[in-house]
Design a protein around this ligand. Structure first.
Ligand SMILES: OC[C@@H]1[C@@H](O)[C@H](O)[C@@H](O)c2nc(CNc3ccccc3)cn21
Length: 465
């Protein structure tokens, strides 16, 4: 009998699962600046729309803010040591625009560049590939005061910021992601107001989406001009597979509407150079202020698509055709399992969307840049935290990734969301996604059972390759 001491929690390593991934597959974890860094008033950082939004009463659970978060700004050594312990080969983080250009445009803050310079160097010293996201929702407040993403000028400011960062870090960052989930920025932030900046104007969401896409397209050549030839450049989109709950024609109709709203709204301009036909009509809105050449800029060739996926959408068609953003997802599904966010656990959805996106769009390579689950983890002061449901979630979604690979999908890597518990936007610290627990009262990090499981999986993968 093997009596080798194992991690505090007996973890069942799925060596068979590890064997299903190809050599050089990248195994990572993901975070974002406003969600983990804290230090919002330090070293010249300017304010962001999430500082403003979280300071606005009623916007974030119990008034939580990112002022301290997981204090990552002061814990780079400790947190990169955690990544080594987990066996990560890559780490996806985001760069806070307000640290680099506090006013959004104009003066550069050297201390902001120094922080990310040190983070990148530390990652490389520890054998971890840096994947940098340039925009994960923390828009500098002065730009929002000038209209934010409703203002076309913000797209040009983003391209200027991109060049500043790429000039400093471009020789060492392994891969670049321009935007994280512009759908969330546009619809949640400008359309229905549940995210920063909290505007509630559906036409505004359409216009903001266009300027986010334009910013992406303007940034791509500015990036490529500053980084070594062949450095991969991509974008991360939320991709939500949409299914019909029955065979009725209304359901098929509404599945198409929901797919356009959830996915094609962004996939089509980026990869086909045009918005989905009939989309703006299906939203009962006007097209955005598209200028000559915009769609050509937006569809700048990319090297990979980052896919964020957590769940699926199941639609039961309405008698009357709904607006594209009001297709009714079905009520709770009998025998379904849900995470603490109320998202259905449906791993086949990730397999299906990877197969479909690779078939329908010229995406080149794909990374799963976020996948994970929130559960109400508790810590009793012991050596670890039991989170078997997260282990089960990750095992099932990674099995879906393996199935997609076996169907020929060019999946090159997987980043679990998230490395550690962090500020979950409007939910504040009430939702925990980490494979590492954060005790916010002490900032102590405790690897969860899922973290040990992930480390064992990565170790098994490395032993196979
Ligand atoms: O909610 C978990 C993560 C979040 O912490 C990340 O910053 C963000 O990139 C992210 N995107 C999704 C999927 N989309 C989504 C849907 C509804 C609300 C918020 C995000 C989940 N997540």
């Amino acid at each position: 009998m093997d009596i080798t001491p194992k991690a505090p929690i007996q973890t069942q390593v799925d060596t068979d699962l590890a064997r299903r991934f190809p050599p050089r597959f990248l195994w990572g974890a993901a975070t974002a600046s406003y969600q983990i860094e804290g230090a919002v008033h330090e070293d010249g950082r300017g304010s962001s729309i999430w500082d403003d939004f979280s300071a606005t009463p009623g916007k974030v659970f119990e008034g939580h803010t990112g002022e301290v978060a997981a204090d990552h700004y002061h814990r780079v050594e400790e947190d990169t040591d955690l990544m080594v312990r987990l066996g990560l080969s890559a780490y996806r983080f985001s760069i806070a625009w307000p640290r680099i250009v506090p006013e959004g445009r104009g003066a550069i803050n050297p201390a902001g560049l120094d922080f990310y310079d040190r983070l990148v160097d530390t990652l490389l010293e520890k054998g971890i590939q840096p994947f940098a996201t340039l925009y994960h929702w923390d828009l500098p407040s002065p730009l929002e005061r000038a209209g934010g993403w409703l203002n076309r000028e913000t797209a040009y400011a983003f391209a200027d910021y991109t060049e500043i960062v790429a000039r400093r870090l471009g020789d060492r960052v392994a891969s670049w992601i321009t935007l994280n989930e512009p759908w969330c920025s546009a619809y949640l932030g400008y359309g229905i107001g549940v995210h920063a900046p909290g505007r509630t104007d559906r036409q505004g969401a359409i216009d903001a989406a266009h300027h986010l896409l334009l910013g992406h397209g303007l940034a791509v050549p500015r990036l490529r001009a500053q980084v070594p030839a062949g450095t991969p450049v991509g974008i991360t989109l939320i991709v939500n597979p949409v299914y019909g709950a029955d065979e009725r024609a209304e359901t098929a109709r509404d599945v198409k509407l929901a797919h356009a709203f959830s996915n094609a709204w962004f996939l089509d301009p980026i990869y086909r150079g045009s918005y989905p036909e009939g989309f703006f009509e299906a939203m009962a809105l006007n097209p955005p202020p598209i200028q000559e050449g915009d769609l050509e800029i937006i569809s700048a060739p990319l090297d990979f698509l980052g896919v964020n996926n957590y769940s699926r959408t199941l639609i039961r068609g309405a008698q009357e055709q709904p607006l594209a953003d009001s297709c009714q997802a079905v009520a709770p599904i009998p025998n379904a399992c849900y995470t603490d966010m109320g998202w259905e656990i449906y791993p086949h959805g990730l397999r299906d969307l990877l197969v479909n996106v690779a078939r329908d769009y010229p995406v080149g390579n794909i990374y799963v840049t976020e996948n994970g689950a929130a559960f109400p983890d508790t810590w009793d002061g012991g050596e670890t935290i039991n989170d078997p449901r997260r282990v089960s979630y990750l095992r099932s979604y990674l099995t879906a990734c393996a199935e997609a690979l076996e169907q020929g999908v060019p999946l090159r890597g997987y980043f679990v969301w998230s490395l550690m518990d962090n500020f979950e936007w409007a939910e504040g610290y009430a939702k925990r996604f980490g494979i590492v627990y954060v005790d916010y009262s002490t900032q102590r990090r405790i690897i969860k059972e899922s973290g040990y499981w992930y480390a064992e999986l990565l170790n098994a993968f490395n032993n196979n390759n």
